[in-house]
Ligand binder design. Structure first.
Ligand SMILES: [Mg+2]
Length: 263
């Protein structure tokens, strides 16, 4: 049997008959179900590389679809894909607005990696107020290849993060946490020269956050200013500002805010 083909067919719902085959495979792998739709499953036995841009589900005995979550890896500095599933369930109920940092919370100047580089954005404030009004918690997810490129150190980054977080706290916005990716394949610092599933558009940072804070990704949104902020994670809704590459992008925070108010 061509496992990869049948699995993808199943995911695409093009061939429901494949579900029995998949269930058989799952039965013989580390498949667990605690009765509340919290499912952990190691599909690495399938020897496939499933798309992380796909919703995973199986059919239960009543032929109803059970959502399995999305696949991810624990080996964040490697591009190797180990397929497991994000646990989901009743306790995963926090609603988060994931925020890109540069171009959203601060001006995207040339690798702003030190406190003195930070220029806060004024026009994002009404958007942040709306997010709080809509009961979103705020988590920052930021690519920081400047660390890999040797433009600033991880310590500089940490100081900058504290500065930004403290500033927003002082004007009434609590940033729950900040996740960052210091890796880049073209880096000059050996320690950080690698591909990473943390680096957007890969969804590693969001998945780490979801695990740490029990976030319901299906109720959460991502706000950014580049196409790479549209993550390979189909659960989130995406709001991208000022990017003409795609017709769905917003020209201003104001227009984005109007759309978020309608959620
Ligand atoms: Mg940005």
């Amino acid at each position: 049997m061509n496992v990869q083909k049948s699995y993808r067919n199943f995911l695409n719902k093009e061939d429901r008959a494949m579900s029995d085959q998949l269930k058989e495979i799952l039965k013989n792998s580390k498949y667990k179900h605690d009765g509340r739709s919290i499912i952990a499953c190691d599909l690495s036995l399938l020897k496939i590389e499933p798309s992380i841009n796909t919703k995973y589900s199986i059919l239960n005995d009543e032929n109803k679809e059970i959502n399995l979550g999305i696949s991810y890896t624990h080996d964040v500095s490697s591009s190797e894909f180990k397929a497991e599933f994000l646990p989901r369930g009743e306790s995963f109920n926090r609603k988060v607005a994931f925020l890109d940092r540069d171009g959203i919370l601060i001006e995207d100047t040339d690798y702003p990696g030190k406190v003195e580089d930070v220029i806060f954005k004024e026009d994002v404030i009404p958007l942040l107020q709306t997010l709080i009004h809509k009961k979103y918690e705020l988590i920052v997810v930021t690519n920081q290849s400047g660390i890999a490129r040797g433009k600033y150190t991880e310590n500089d980054y940490q100081e900058t993060t504290k500065y930004i977080t403290d500033y927003y706290k002082s004007i009434g916005f609590t940033i729950l946490d900040t996740f960052y990716c210091p890796y880049h394949i073209d880096g000059s610092i050996t320690k950080y020269k690698s591909q990473s599933l943390l680096r957007k558009p890969m969804p590693g940072m969001v998945i780490k956050a979801a695990e740490k804070y029990q976030v319901d990704l299906s109720k959460s949104i991502m706000i950014g200013d580049k196409m790479s902020d549209i993550l390979k994670c189909s659960y989130l809704k995406y709001f991208i500002k000022n990017n003409n590459e795609h017709p769905d992008c917003f020209k201003s925070f104001e227009k984005m805010t109007q759309a978020i108010l309608k959620l």
